[in-house]
Design a protein around this ligand. Structure first.
Ligand code: ATP
Ligand code: MG
Length: 337
């Protein structure tokens, strides 16, 4: 059976790292058919809009998109493509794995955790911001719903279950923000009872920050509300050596979009030196999502092996002497044994 996925090559280094990633997916024989769709600067030139309706329709039809970084032109009244996609498809879960890899500058080895951030409510409401008192007082509403909390916590437990993970930590500030954060914690406790095989832990956000820095190996899956999740997921990326190796997914009921966390890096476009790892790891996350966990693991293992043993094939940002193409080539050789 063949699964079609929508592929957005993206702007800047997007096409280079996407080509590298698709080569590796092909070598893995995942049975995927790629439907290339337009978005970003390319789409703007061709269709006069950053994300044409037919691209939205394709993502809706196939349900899965692999996406290179997109540039949103600044100062021309465009709203961010990522925000548009998140709203259009109600992509409520932002899922960010943080995995240690050899040869990266980081404080710890062997970190392997995932943050699951609620992405539609919490403190980041566009209509919950107000200046009053002649501009001398700013009000920001925090809104947490039972439905929103249920679906994000359930997503985190299902993710843990389907990926053989042992523990879910709910991060909150229910002791102070008794209303919104309190509701989130209550719901997390209720949902946790449905998953007795998975250990449930609750942690106050300030303590979670300290624990992540001092003893990160205790964490497995972390689930939290929008603002805390935004901060903690970047903290976790920092723990494993920065954004260069950070993939992410935005998941909704009807669509899931997998991407690198970094931007389009126009400064190195076309030079064949862009590091494809983050997009490759996003592809691995996509394979996990599609139930092909072994193939996802093969990508992660392959990256580990190439970083350890094939320094001549690794991109310069990771201290190697290779290129985008050679990294892909080394991975293809790895997966073909
Ligand atoms: P955008 O406007 O799309 O965010 P950007 O240049 O800000 O583009 P970032 O991801 O923020 O993109 O990049 C910051 C810096 O990191 C840039 O100097 C870029 O060259 C470098 N960089 C980003 N991604 C990669 C990558 N995959 N490989 C190598 N260098 C990268
Ligand atoms: Mg940037």
């Amino acid at each position: 059976m063949s699964q079609s996925i929508a592929v957005i090559k993206g702007d800047g280094i997007g096409p280079e790292i996407m080509d590298a990633t698709l080569r590796v997916l092909d070598a893995l024989d995942c049975g995927l058919t790629y439907q290339h769709i337009d978005a970003g600067l390319g789409a703007l030139e061709k269709h006069g809009t950053l994300i044409p309706q037919e691209s939205l329709d394709a993502i809706e039809k196939y349900g899965i998109a692999l996406k290179g970084p997109l540039t949103t032109p600044i100062g021309k009244g465009f709203s961010s493509i990522n925000v548009q996609l998140r709203r259009h498809f109600d992509l409520y879960a932002n899922v960010r794995p943080a995995i240690s890899f050899p040869g990266t500058k980081s404080r710890y080895d062997d970190i392997d955790m995932i943050t699951v951030r609620e992405n539609t409510e919490g403190a980041y409401l566009s209509d919950g911001q107000e200046m009053i008192d002649d501009g001398n007082t700013g009000i920001s509403v925090i809104k947490v719903t039972r439905k929103g909390s249920e679906r994000i916590v359930r997503y985190a437990f299902e993710l843990a279950k389907n990926n053989g993970r042992k523990k879910v930590t709910a991060v909150h500030k229910a002791n102070i923000i008794k209303t919104s954060s309190g509701l989130f914690l209550d719901v997390a406790r209720e949902i946790a009872k449905e998953y007795p095989e998975i250990e449930f832990q609750e942690m106050i956000v300030d303590n979670a920050c300290m624990q992540l820095v001092m003893n990160p190996h205790q964490f497995d899956v972390v689930v939290t509300t929008n603002l805390f999740g935004d901060i903690l997921s970047d903290l976790c990326a920092g723990l494993v050596g920065g954004l260069g190796l950070a993939p992410g997914a935005n998941i909704g009921e009807k669509a899931a979009i997998f991407e690198a966390v970094h931007g389009s890096a126009p400064d190195i476009e076309g030079k064949n030196i862009a590091n494809p790892c983050a997009l490759l790891l996003a592809a691995a996350q996509m394979l996990d999502h599609l139930g092909m966990n072994e193939k996802g693991d093969a990508i992660r293992q392959g990256i580990r092996s190439v970083l350890e043993t094939r320094r001549d094939m690794v991109t310069p940002d990771m201290g190697g002497t290779g290129s985008t193409d050679s990294f892909a080539q080394a991975l293809v050789e790895y997966v073909q044994g």
